[in-house]
Design a binder for this molecule. Structure first.
Ligand SMILES: [Zn+2]
Length: 159
């Protein structure tokens, strides 16, 4: 196992208890940040300066929103979903809809809405979500993960 303990994490008590309820521990958060550091893959909000990164170390995809102050990661939010993002199958819309706020750090371009492919329990479907028009990395907001995706996961699990 790689040692991620060198990553400086700051998280306040309220957020820590929320993440505990969501069953996300500091180890999961460190994995996302280590991945974002190593791969240089994250989104940045050009208005707030906040970062959002994700990785899928196992069957769960973890997302972490953070502020980077020096070498300290202040954790603002984290969420997860089980649905898997199939990268590299994005279909751009006929009329591009661009995000002003969120940009891809690696490609340094604003995100645009695309029809992206998601898969869960042998079902694959297309959903319109913001993504990087260059590397095709998909952006899943907290609201989408906790509401729409969670609902779809539940429906597929109950089938
Ligand atoms: Zn990109």
């Amino acid at each position: 196992m790689q040692d991620f303990s060198a990553i400086l994490i700051k998280i306040d008590a309220d957020r820590a208890s929320l993440l505990e309820k969501r069953r996300i521990d500091v180890g999961d958060i460190r994995k996302v940040i280590a991945y974002a550091q190593a791969a240089g893959k994250a989104f940045v909000n050009k208005v707030t300066g906040r970062y959002l990164a994700y990785c899928r170390p196992s069957i769960t995809t973890y997302w972490v929103e953070y502020n980077l102050k020096g070498n300290e990661y202040e954790i603002l939010c984290a969420y997860s979903h089980r649905m898997e993002i199939l990268e590299g199958f994005n279909i751009p819309p006929k009329s591009p809809e661009r995000s002003d706020d969120w940009w891809c750090v690696k490609c340094n371009v604003p995100l645009e809405r695309a029809t992206v492919k998601l898969t869960y329990l042998d079902e694959t479907f297309g959903v319109d979500l913001p993504s990087c028009p260059s590397c095709q990395r998909v952006f899943v907001s907290e609201e989408n993960a906790l509401q729409k995706m969670a609902l779809a996961e539940k429906m597929l699990e109950d089938k």
